[in-house]
Write a protein that binds this ligand. Structure first.
Ligand code: ATP
Ligand code: MG
Length: 631
């Protein structure tokens, strides 16, 4: 590959040449006529004129060389089941699912909403949609009927694929009643519902609407459904952002550009080899699940491990036991999951043979240094931070190969990936911030590389106005994250643009304050928000979860710990960054994807309405904060 710097430069300076080369990583029925059509900015059409299929590239393409190798491994510690499908077996299941969809009236361009737990049939359904050119819209299985209803409304699906139930921590979580309620709430009614019966919860089928997967599968046991060759720009799916900063946005992705982007990222970033096993601990309801549970590893000819269960059940060694058993080479997880493991004995990281594992990739939230150190020392493999968004589909910033990885810096996800023309801009003037050490908005100069969002589903105006017109004077993609670049070109993400606190004229990133609080040995997790203050403009408020709650027996003890934490902040950042209060809670409000809901905490602190909370994990967490403030 030569030096990464040269590789990167070429991706920007010879964009079409570079991406024409990457296009050869996948199979095309018709090669593209044009590489990048950027004639109508900010819209970009990648590989126009080309025809391909995601399912072909993920499954069929491998049959000639690895039909009998593992493709999909599903482990559920909830139901105690474990099963492997080879590429040939996956091919057969996907065709059965595709045949069932066709029978239920699904045609190319129709939407299929997938509301499923982490079971094999969820992957079959996604791949079956890709096979026949239906647009899938996967909704995280943990969402309740209200969030589901708004997504049904938006996607207007011909078919919904679901199951009787999921399971969490050994407790059955029925899906079917939530689905029925969501369909009732939605003005759009799907033509059909296809249900996987896991025999976890009783289901009464609604005649004429509901169909059992088991029955249709039997009927289509030998059905042959060829891949539809689709235009490269044909939408493959829609997916909602996590809703951390507001109402979730429906991201629309294409087909050809996405396939190429994933194939390239598997080669240059994740370095997965055919025949190896990839284990991403995410959920198919999130972008990581789309790119790096289902499509990416399979496109690379790897087996992908899908896991239903908690990281600490039956014990905190379960993931590492799976790494040993399936000889996982590449693993993908999130800082929030590592923080859960960190509450348990580090000896679990040493109990199993992890010699197959080459790297652990983490994304989704800033990776704080204590967490990064703990996991990388425990596992003895490189821990690679990568920064991206639902919108982009694959990493914007990370470290692409051996050269850069050797120089990894804690706290930095790394450097811009090929194809991403990343800039730091002044939020108010749009001026480009050159040189090192200047804080700015992380922005991407168009055209966005292949794999990134085409538009907001059915809302081009929102795509243009939200993402491209928020920085004065230029048409540039706004990530809504703050960053800083050091003299070596490494970026540090300082948090969301709306997570900056202005204390008496000093601009402080909430993340910096959180990091300094987290350096206290008894702090497990912390959220810092800026709260309006008549005197100083804003003050920082901190909410912390402690490791050892015995330090909090009474008010004097709490005040003592609060004082210690404030001293740590004073010492590290200066008194200006010292939070007005540090309050203690047992759990922080997070989205279902594990991201801190700072905007909701801030709203509660300021006595405002917390806004869209449809993606919150545990509403009781916000209540704890309300109670504390009221006390
Ligand atoms: P919404 O856009 O609906 O408010 P969201 O931004 O949380 O929700 P996602 O697309 O799931 O939705 O998350 C992307 C965001 O997560 C990034 O913009 C960034 O703020 C954060 N993020 C992801 N990876 C990293 C990372 N490695 N380091 C720091 N922040 C990260
Ligand atoms: Mg976002």
């Amino acid at each position: 590959m030569g030096s990464f710097a040269d590789f990167y430069r070429r991706s920007i300076e010879d964009r079409d040449g570079f991406w024409a080369e990457q296009a050869a990583l996948i199979d095309w029925e018709t090669p593209p006529r044009q590489i990048c059509d950027a004639s109508q900015p900010p819209f970009t059409r990648w590989y126009a004129g080309g025809r391909t299929n995601l399912c072909h590239n993920a499954v069929d393409r491998h049959l000639a060389t690895r039909a009998s190798q593992p493709a999909l491994i599903c482990v559920s510690t909830e139901t105690g089941t474990e099963r492997t499908w080879t590429f040939a077996e996956l091919h057969a299941e996907v065709q059965r699912m595709a045949a069932a969809m066709l029978e239920l009236g699904v045609r190319q361009g129709d939407r299929v909403l997938i509301y499923m737990p982490m079971i094999a049939e969820a992957a079959f359904a996604m791949l079956a949609c890709a096979r026949i050119g239906a647009i899938h819209s996967v909704v995280f299985g943990g969402f309740a009927s209200g969030s589901l209803a708004s997504r049904i409304e938006d996607a207007a699906p011909v078919l919904i694929v679901s199951a009787d139930a999921g399971s969490r921590s050994g407790k059955v979580v029925p899906y079917r009643p939530l689905l029925d309620e969501a369909i009732r709430l939605s003005s759009h009614k799907p033509g059909a519902v296809l249900l996987v019966d896991r025999q976890l919860d009783a289901m009464n089928l609604i005649a004429g609407r509901d169909h059992l997967w088991r029955t249709l599968r039997e009927k289509h046991l030998n059905s042959v459904v060829p891949c539809e060759w689709l235009d490269a720009t044909h939408p493959s799916y829609t997916l909602y952002t996590s809703g951390t900063t507001g109402k979730p946005k429906g991201v629309q992705r294409d087909t050809g550009g996405y396939a190429v982007a994933l194939a390239a990222s598997m080669k240059y970033i994740f370095e997965g080899k055919p025949g190896e096993t990839y284990f991403s601990t995410s959920d198919i309801g999130w972008v990581v699940g789309h790119s790096y549970i289902v499509y990416g590893p399979l496109i690379a000819g790897m087996a992908t491990l899908m896991y239903e269960g908690l990281p600490v059940r039956p014990d905190a060694g379960i993931w590492w036991q799976l790494v040993e058993k399936y000889k996982v080479t590449r693993m993908f997880s999130a800082p929030t999951a590592v923080r859960v493991l960190k509450k348990h004995d580090a000896a679990w990281l040493k109990k199993y043979d992890l010699s197959s594992l080459k790297a652990l990739y983490l994304a989704g939230e800033p990776l704080d240094e204590p967490t990064a150190q703990w996991i990388s020392q425990g596992l003895g493999v490189p821990v690679i931070d990568n920064y991206w968004q639902t919108e982009t589909g694959w990493p914007i910033l990370t470290l692409a190969n051996g050269v850069e990885r050797a120089a990894s810096k804690f706290g930095s996800p790394g450097v811009p990936m090929y194809g991403y023309n990343v800039k730091l801009l002044d939020e108010n003037t749009g001026e480009e911030l050159q040189g090192a050490g200047r804080k700015g908005v992380v922005a991407i100069e168009g055209p966005l590389p292949p794999g990134c969002m085409q538009t907001v589903w059915r809302d081009d105006a929102r795509f243009v106005n939200t993402y491209w017109k928020s920085i004065p004077g230029r048409l540039v993609y706004n990530t809504f994250d703050w960053g800083i670049r050091d003299g070596d070109g490494y970026f540090f993400i300082l948090g969301r643009t709306d997570d900056v606190i202005n204390v008496a004229g000093h601009r402080l990133g909430t993340r910096e304050i959180e990091e300094s609080i987290a350096s206290h040995p008894n702090v497990a997790e912390v959220a810092v928000v800026g709260v309006a203050d008549t005197l100083k403009g804003q003050v920082a408020m901190a909410f912390a979860v402690v490791k050892d709650a015995s330090a909090l027996t009474d008010e004097p003890a709490r005040l003592k710990l609060e004082g210690e934490i404030m001293k740590a902040v004073d010492a590290q950042l200066g008194a200006v960054a010292r939070p007005a209060r540090v309050r203690f809670v047992t759990v922080l409000p997070k989205t279902r994807s594990g991201k801190l809901l700072r905007r909701a905490i801030q709203a509660v602190c300021e006595g405002r309405d917390p806004g869209d909370l449809t993606t919150i994990e545990d509403p009781a967490a916000l209540q704890q904060i309300r109670d504390l403030l009221a006390a």
